[in-house]
Design a protein around this ligand. Structure first.
Ligand code: NAD
Length: 786
């Protein structure tokens, strides 16, 4: 029988429990969220005459948690509509409801006795065969279910989410010796596909993988800082993006986690630690003192950092707050210019200045410790790298860093400095394996091993599958009669090269393939048109060139819409401006759940010029039943509002609510799967006998509709909410969406609308205030309100 998770229960409605319930709601699984029953009334409850017997009091913790989900940032829910998927409850009145669920997730306080007690409560009521998981940060999974039956234990394992559960990809799965293999295999596939997680299987050892390596590395960094007189800010200025890690680096990360939580997690290993780990895992006195004073980080308003007339950092020796310092060194400036994380790390570790010495002193114990612990905590090295990347947002895991530095050179350097390098690494080098990774494989016990590749992931093709390429994009054969067009500028912005490749690719695919996918893997699908080029042409008054580029974009958009084969787009992350204009005309959009799509041109003083206004309007019209005469004004208003306010969806689900996505579009939770999904969709559409849409006259709201739209913008101006230039842009936009000077309800053709859009675009780009906005965006990466 096929196992299904139709409904879940989450026990513990704190930070993690409520976040997990929200993520389940995001992917469409309803859950009940249970917590303890309060023992006392709050002053507010007393004021309202409530009693301890009232349902609203008995469910207080989970009700409050559900309420809080709405205001939290970053948003735990992909859409407010999803709130109805979470049912509040408590562990006394609603325990019987556990009978109805297929998965019970324990996420109560990190206390073995409480967790054991929860298992004891669950066992008699749970449906036979239901899966039970514990979200502990590092307590022994085996011990939590030690007193439970074999049947229960066969269905019990650790499932460790990272905070926040919606956004951090890592899910550590920790089966025990009693867990049924079938359950582990099911949970891995379910978590990857339905929850969209990057799953790492861990051994049942304290703190599992990511926290074990992570806490060690954080504390060894703190020790190095203290031993060699670096400051908090100095350490952070080299342990963030320069090492391919998030901007929050070391101490800002700790402030977000909370120093109390961090010490708690670190304590899990102090009992078992020996050697290198034992030395490092004893937290320095100043951190304990900070916790005693309540300076535990962001939740207390101060930790390693404090905001007070700017940013202050704590001096670990005096516990006084001082102005934040940054480490300035030649290596830092040089590494900032390196093109990727591998090069940055290599440059920093090799440098002999103060910054370089710090980086090496931090990386060396991390690499050695990871190598020493592989067998104990993981099945192979790749699990360690994936855990650090998915759980901590690192671009490179320890073994990938080691490869970037050169394994043999690094071993020599370590030995010269008196370190003992684990034997397996020296054996690996002796056998002639000079790297941990070779192409797609990783080193494991004397050979390179291919990871168990899911058929849902298409690894971008190697050069032999290349069909054509220019500086902006390349077209690959991805098998089964489908080609993939991939943009490859640094931020995936679109210039003329990429636009021309769209048209050329469609000609090629129409002749030799059954479908085209437009997609890529990176940080974002596409951040829009190449602003720099447009601005340079505008400053040179080269309007014929701009007109040419815009026409080319409009023709590329039409080529996507009317291609004889299905064109399927696979957006994820930021899909802005021109990126959105590529998706809107496609036969189907197969997005990642985390897609932030928007026509944001207004932010740089422009309006969409590549057909975006028309495409968004057409998508709204498509939703209407044919033959029914409806007022088009609300539709035009909605499109106007979306573009004028530069609305960006906070998820693919919200993209549907705003109107960017329609019925023919869909999303998957796991971003790594989108190209395979898009390919599948292209084949599906082709096999059904794909027919492109027909060109049809489009009804518009005309001159009176234009006046209505503009009225709203003028009211905002009178209220001082928008500038004169905003009104000018809104005027052009309203004119384009309304279809210009025609009667209400008139039918116009697509080319006419595109011409209006292009004229408006050209007139705006000539405006000095628009050019100031473009320049500001390029320099400061944020919109200028002028
Ligand atoms: P939290 O303090 O926010 O929430 C804990 C919840 O447990 C509260 O709602 C509380 O009412 C409930 N609780 C307390 N005593 C209970 C009892 N006797 N019976 C039932 N419920 C009880 O904690 P959290 O951060 O959500 O952590 C929950 C679990 O997740 C812990 O095991 C923690 O180690 C783990 N975890 C936390 C994080 C994180 O970053 N916060 C990350 C991964 C895992």
């Amino acid at each position: 029988m096929m196992r299904r998770i139709r409904k879940a229960a989450v026990i513990g409605s704190g930070v993690m429990g409520s976040g997990i319930a929200a993520h389940l709601a995001n992917i469409g699984i309803p859950s009940i969220l249970l917590d303890i029953v309060p023992e006392e009334l709050t002053p507010m409850e007393k004021k309202h005459g409530a009693t301890l017997a009232d349902q609203s009091v008995r469910n207080r913790y989970s009700l409050e948690a559900i309420n809080k989900l709405q205001g939290q940032k970053p948003a735990p829910l992909v859409s407010k509509q999803r709130l109805s998927y979470i049912e509040p409850g408590n562990l006394e009145d609603d325990l019987h409801k556990l009978k109805t669920v297929d998965w019970i997730i324990e996420a109560v306080v990190e206390n073995i006795d409480v967790k054991k007690e929860i298992m004891r409560m669950i066992e008699p009521v749970r449906k036979q065969d239901a899966i039970v998981t514990s979200n502990t940060s590092g307590i022994s999974i085996e011990e939590i279910a030690a007193g439970c039956s074999d049947e229960f234990s066969a269905h019990f394992l650790g499932a460790h989410f990272f905070n926040p559960p919606r956004y951090l990809p890592l899910l550590e799965l920790i089966p025990t010796s009693r867990t049924n293999d079938e359950i582990t295999t099911f949970m891995k596939a379910f978590a990857e596909t339905t929850l969209g997680k990057g799953v790492v299987l861990c051994k049942d050892t304290p703190n599992f993988i990511a926290n074990r390596i992570g806490t060690f590395s954080l504390l060894s960094t703190v020790n190095e800082m203290l031993a060699n007189g670096y400051s908090i800010g100095e350490v952070d200025s080299v342990t963030g993006p320069l090492l391919g890690r998030p901007k929050s680096a070391t101490f800002r990360t700790l402030d977000v986690v909370g120093l109390d939580t961090f010490l708690h997690v670190a304590q899990n290993v102090t009992k078992v630690a020996s050697g290198r780990e034992r030395e490092v895992m004893t937290p320095p006195a100043f951190i304990r003192e900070m916790v005693d004073k309540g300076w535990i980080g962001a939740k207390a308003g101060q930790g390693f950092y404090k905001k007070q007339d700017g940013i202050l950092e704590i001096n670990p020796h005096t516990l006084e707050y001082e102005r934040r310092k940054k480490l300035q060194a030649p290596s830092v400036e040089q590494a900032k210019k390196a093109k990727n994380a591998r090069e940055k790390v290599k440059m920093m570790a090799a440098a002999e200045d103060r910054a370089g010495r710090l980086v090496w002193a931090i990386l060396k114990p991390l690499l050695l410790f990871s190598a020493e612990k592989v067998d104990e905590i993981a099945n192979e090295i790749q699990s360690i790298d994936q855990a650090m990347k998915w759980g901590f947002g690192w671009e490179l895991g320890p073994f990938e860093i080691w490869d970037a530095l050169g394994v043999a050179e690094t071993v020599t350097r370590m030995e010269k400095e008196g370190e003992t390098v684990p034997d397996w690494i020296k054996e690996m080098l002796d056998k002639g394996f000079d790297r941990f990774y070779h192409e797609d494989s990783f080193y494991n016990q004397g050979q390179y091993e291919l990871p168990a590749v899911s058929e849902k992931i298409i690894h971008l093709p190697k050069a032999d599958k290349l069909i054509m390429k220019n500086a902006g994009a390349s077209l690959h054969d991805i098998g089964d009669g489908v080609a993939l067009l991939e943009f490859h500028s640094e931020t995936n912005s679109i210039g003329l090269d990429a636009i021309q490749m769209i048209r050329k690719s469609i000609v090629e695919v129409e002749q030799n393939y059954q479908g085209l996918v437009i997609g890529n893997y990176g940080k974002n699908f596409c951040v829009g048109a190449n602003l720099m080029l447009l601005l340079m042409e505008a400053q040179d008054d080269n309007y014929p060139e701009i007109d040419y580029v815009v026409r080319q974009f409009q023709q590329a958009s039409a080529a996507i819409r009317y291609a004889a084969v299905p064109v399927v787009t696979a957006p994820y992350g930021m899909t802005l401006g021109g990126g959105a204009e590529i998706c809107l005309p496609s036969a189907s959009i197969q997005a990642a759940l985390e897609t932030y799509i928007g026509l944001v041109e207004v932010g740089v003083g422009l309006i969409p010029g590549g057909g975006g206004n028309k495409e968004l309007y057409l998508r709204q019209l498509e939703r209407l039943p044919t033959g029914v005469k409806l007022d088009l004004q609300p539709i035009a208003n909605a499109v106007f509002e979306t573009v004028a306010m530069a609305k960006v969806s906070t998820s693919a689900e919200e993209a549907r609510e705003i109107g960017f996505f329609s019925e023919r579009d869909d999303w998957v939770a796991n971003q790594a799967f989108i190209i395979a999904e898009a390919k599948r969709q292209a084949i599906h559409l082709a096999e059904k006998g794909y027919r492109p849409p027909q060109k049809r006259p489009i009804p518009v709201v005309g001159e009176t509709g234009y006046a209505t739209m503009l009225l709203g913008a003028k009211a905002l101006k009178t209220g001082g909410r928008i500038s004169e230039h905003d009104v000018k842009i809104a005027d052009k936009l309203a004119f384009v969406i309304a279809g210009g000077r025609v009667a209400k309800g008139a039918y116009v053709d697509e080319q006419y609308l595109l011409d209006l859009e292009r004229e408006a675009f050209l007139s705006l780009i000539g405006e000095p205030k628009t050019q100031q906005r473009m320049q500001h965006m390029l320099l400061k990466r944020k919109p200028l309100r002028n």
